[in-house]
Design a binder for this molecule. Structure first.
Ligand code: SF4
Length: 366
C-alpha cells in the first residue's frame, strides 16, 4: 500500500527498519534500532530533505532507500516496483538511476584512480559509451560541474574539498540518474564552498529533471534547498511537511526545538538561541512511549506509556505527537538551554552571513 495518495511517487519506503546487532561475547547483546518503522514517499522532481540530530538514523535511512544496505524489515519501491528482492544484476541496472553523493568527497573517491577514470566508471559499468565517446562524455560532465576537462588525468588529492565534491557529483551524474541521494553533501565543506555546491545541485536538478533526497542536519541548508522535509528523531519520523509550513509553524515539539536553535538572520532581532536539553537517548534503548518524552517540555504521563504514531494534520502534514493540537504555536519559547559552544556559534554566524548575502537584493548605485 502506498503511504501517500500521490500518482507521481518515484521512491517509497514502507515500514523500513534497520536494526544492528552488537556485543554478545562478554557483554549482553544489544540491538541498535537505527531506523525503526519509517514510511515516506518521494515525489518526482522534488527536493526531499531528511533532517535530525546526529545519530537519528537519517543517513541509514538514505542508504536503505537506495538499497546500499539491506533492511531488517520493510519495503522500498522505486517507480512502484519493490527493489528489496532484486538480484545482483537487476540491482546493478538500478544503480544507474539511483545515485548517491557522500559527505566526505575525499573518502568516497578512489585515490589510485585519476578523475577521468573515476567519472567514467559508471559509463563503463553500464556500457553507455566507449573510446572517444566516453572521453567526450567525461569532459562534458566535468564542464557541467565546473571542472576543467584538462584536469581529467589528475588524482583526487590534487583537488580542493569543493572540487572533490564536484567530482563526486559528476560521477553520480555519469549514468543519467533519475534520483540522487545527497548524504550531508556540503557539511564537510567550508561555508563559502557549501553555497557553491548547493547552487550547483539546484542547477543540475533543474537542468536534468532530477529528484533529490538530501540528508542533512543543517536547517539553513534544508530551508534553502528542499520542498518537503521529514524530521527524524531516534529512528522515527516525527514530522513530515512542506518546507515553508514546517519553518513557519512547526507542529512537533522536537521540530520546534530544532528551529528555535536557529539564530535570527537580522542583527536587530537577535534572540538567545534555545537548544535541546540533554542528550539523545541511545537507539539501543529508546525510551518507552514517545521517544522524545525525556527531552520534551510538554511531556505528560500518557507520553511515557503510549507511542504516538504519525497522524495527518488538516494541511496535509503528518505529525507524531499526542498533544500537537494543544502545543501548536506554544512550544519553542518554553525550551531553555545552555548557550551554544564557541565552535557552533562561529559556524552559525558564518551561516548568517551567507544567508544574508543570499537574501540581499542586487545593489544599485545610490
Ligand atoms: Fe512531547 Fe508527548 Fe508530544 Fe512526545 S507525545 S512530543 S512527549 S507532548
Amino acid at each position: 500500500m502506498s503511504v501517500m495518495p500521490d500518482d507521481d511517487i518515484v521512491l517509497e519506503g514502507i515500514g523500513l527498519k534497520k536494526h544492528f546487532g552488537g556485543g554478545g561475547l562478554l557483554s549482553k547483546p544489544t540491538i541498535v534500532r537505527a531506523v525503526d518503522g519509517v514510511s515516506l514517499a518521494i515525489r518526482r522532481g522534488e527536493t526531499f530533505a531528511i533532517v535530525g540530530e546526529s545519530g537519528c538514523g537519517k543517513s541509514t535511512l538514505g542508504r536503505l532507500l537506495l538499497r546500499l544496505i539491506e533492511a531488517t524489515e520493510g519495503d522500498v519501491r522505486y517507480e512502484g516496483r519493490s527493489i528489496v528482492k532484486l538480484d545482483k544484476g537487476e540491482l546493478r541496472k538500478l544503480r544507474r538511476e539511483l545515485q548517491i553523493i557522500f559527505q566526505d568527497p575525499f573518502a568516497s573517491l578512489n585515490p589510485r584512480m585519476n578523475v577521468g577514470d573515476i567519472i567514467a566508471e559508471p559509463i563503463w559499468l553500464h556500457n553507455l559509451a566507449s573510446g572517444r565517446a566516453k572521453r567526450e562524455r567525461v569532459a562534458d560532465l566535468m564542464r557541467t560541474v565546473g571542472l576543467l576537462p584538462t584536469h581529467a588525468d589528475r588524482y583526487p588529492h590534487e583537488f580542493s574539498g569543493g572540487q572533490r565534491q564536484r567530482i563526486g557529483i559528476a560521477r553520480a551524474l555519469a549514468g543519467d540518474p533519475k534520483l540522487i541521494v545527497g548524504d550531508e553533501p556540503v557539511s564537510a565543506l567550508d561555508v563559502s564552498i557549501q553555497a557553491q555546491i548547493i547552487n550547483l545541485l539546484e542547477d543540475l536538478k533543474d537542468r536534468f529533471g532530477l529528484t533529490l533526497a538530501i540528508v542533512a542536519h543543517d536547517l539553513a541548508v534544508i530551508r534553502h534547498m528542499s520542498d518537503r522535509v521529514a524530521v527524524m528523531y531516534l529512528g522515527e519520523i516525527v514530522e513530515l511537511s512542506e518546507t515553508d509550513a514546517l519553518f513557519d509553524n512547526p507542529l512537533h515539539p522536537y521540530t520546534q526545538a530544532l528551529l528555535a536553535a536557529i539564530p535570527s538572520p537580522s542583527p536587530t532581532n537577535r534572540q538567545p538561541m534555545a537548544l535541546l536539553q540533554g542528550d539523545v537517548p541511545s537507539p539501543a534503548a529508546p525510551p518507552p512511549g514517545c521517544r522524545f518524552h525525556t527531552r520534551c517540555p510538554h511531556a505528560r504521563a500518557l507520553c511515557k506509556e503510549q507511542h504516538p504514531v504519525l497522524e495527518a494534520a488538516p494541511d496535509g502534514r503528518q505529525v507524531a505527537c499526542h498533544f500537537w493540537r494543544e502545543i501548536q504555536g506554544a512550544g519553542a519559547g518554553s525550551i531553555s538551554a545552555p548557550p551554544p559552544s564557541a565552535a557552533l556559534a562561529k559556524r552559525l554566524a558564518l551561516y548568517r552571513t551567507w544567508r544574508e548575502r543570499q537574501d540581499k537584493p542586487v545593489a544599485t548605485s545610490p
